[in-house]
Design a binder for this molecule. Structure first.
Ligand code: SF4
Ligand code: SF4
Length: 351
């Protein structure tokens, strides 16, 4: 299937086609990331690269920043208009937390391992730069004095309803986990009216004992929405940039959930990186695998790995990457290298 649709008929439907053909690719900006210039430029680069969806925090300013980046990309000839998806949670979840510590308690001779390990440079002398922290947790265990803690949060339904009423949100993602049945039901009851008219509903869940029964119960609740369902299998959360091997957990959980035969699409996340698609292909999980299996993975979401790839171009670019066309072009090429093994060679190259 060609992926070079222009702005005419079918342009808006391209993400659905990608899901149906096993070529769905999502950028995860981070359910807690609120660094607006970074999010805008990430959306710009990955829209030009050809992703189907951009997943962002449920924050009006974040959604606006992603929408702005997407608009600039469309004006520059992006191959399609990716959906904007917002992520919500039904309880305590590592994706919905921020690191915190009081820098006044730090010994002056500390070698500051917390700064070195943070993938977003969110830690400095004043402490944690909250918008930049996406809750990966890597700093939590490295402080020799145990000063760093995590503050978790849950979005209130009222705030979400306001966001859904007033922002260009194309799709919703609910993060849940085994054991959250009651909390999920409460959140879903409040959000269900606002889910109507969206393009898709994603359910993000890590592994756990009783997962099949749990996801089956989730399906029983959400199927009445009639929305295309995406099962996001969160193999090893927020770890794709740690090493190539993290994709093993992502593929293992995706294969497990695929075996449940739930209606909808199964999409990998949590540990995905450049290793993921070649491994999926060799294991028969993609439509173009040499020996494809009867049930196949619909797509892959890239988070920390996708961000790390383009970070060097974005850090020095200022707020509007498009004002530096050479840097933008290089960033898009790097992003396309990640995406094209899944999307095929049909991605438009007009930047
Ligand atoms: S290491 Fe992770 S959790 Fe800690 S401040 Fe950086 S982004 Fe936040
Ligand atoms: S490692 Fe701990 S003591 Fe050292 S700078 Fe970081 S938070 Fe402060």
């Amino acid at each position: 299937m060609a992926l070079t649709l222009g702005s005419g008929s079918g342009f808006e439907a391209q993400p659905l086609i990608s899901l149906a053909t096993g070529r769905w690719c999502k950028l995860i900006c981070g359910a807690s990331l609120q660094d607006l210039p970074l999010i805008r430029n990430l959306a710009l680069v990955y829209t030009l690269a050809g992703v189907d969806c951009i997943d962002v925090a449920a924050d009006p300013a974040v959604v606006a920043a992603a929408a702005a980046g997407r608009e600039v990309a469309l004006g520059l000839g992006a191959p399609q208009k990716p959906w904007l998806m917002v992520s919500l949670n039904d309880g305590e979840d590592p994706h919905f937390r921020k690191a915190a510590f009081d820098p006044q308690h730090c010994p002056v001779d500390c070698l500051r391992p917390c700064e070195r390990i943070c993938p977003t440079q969110a830690i400095g002398r004043p402490g944690v730069d909250v918008p930049r922290c996406y809750g990966c947790g890597r700093c939590l265990g490295v402080c020799p004095w145990g000063l760093i803690g995590a503050q978790t949060y849950v979005h209130t339904p009222a705030a979400i309803v306001d966001l859904l009423a007033n922002s260009p949100v194309d799709a919703l993602e609910l993060h849940t986990q085994v054991g959250h049945a009651d909390a999920f039901s409460q959140v879903w009851q409040q959000l269900q009216p606002w889910a109507a008219g969206r393009q898709a509903l994603a359910i993000s869940c890590p592994g756990g004992e009783g997962l099949q029964a749990y996801l089956t119960s989730i399906y029983a609740q959400v199927r009445a929405s009639g929305l295309p369902l995406i099962w996001q299998t969160d193999g090893r959360p927020m770890s794709g940039d740690v090493g190539r091997g993290t994709t093993t957990a992502a593929i293992r959980l995706g294969a497990t959930v695929l075996g449940y035969n739930l209606p909808g699409y199964v999409q990998l996340a949590g540990g995905t990186n450049a290793e993921t698609v070649p491994r999926l292909r060799s294991l028969g999980f993609l439509a173009d695998s040499p020996q494809p299996r009867p049930r196949r993975i619909a797509g892959v979401a890239y988070g920390s790995y996708a961000r790390k790839l383009v970070q060097p171009y974005l850090e020095s670019a200022g707020r509007h990457l498009e004002t530096n066309p050479t840097q933008l072009k290089e960033a898009v090429e790097v992003a396309r290298e990640l995406i094209s093994p899944l999307k095929g060679t049909g991605i438009n190259n007009r930047t």
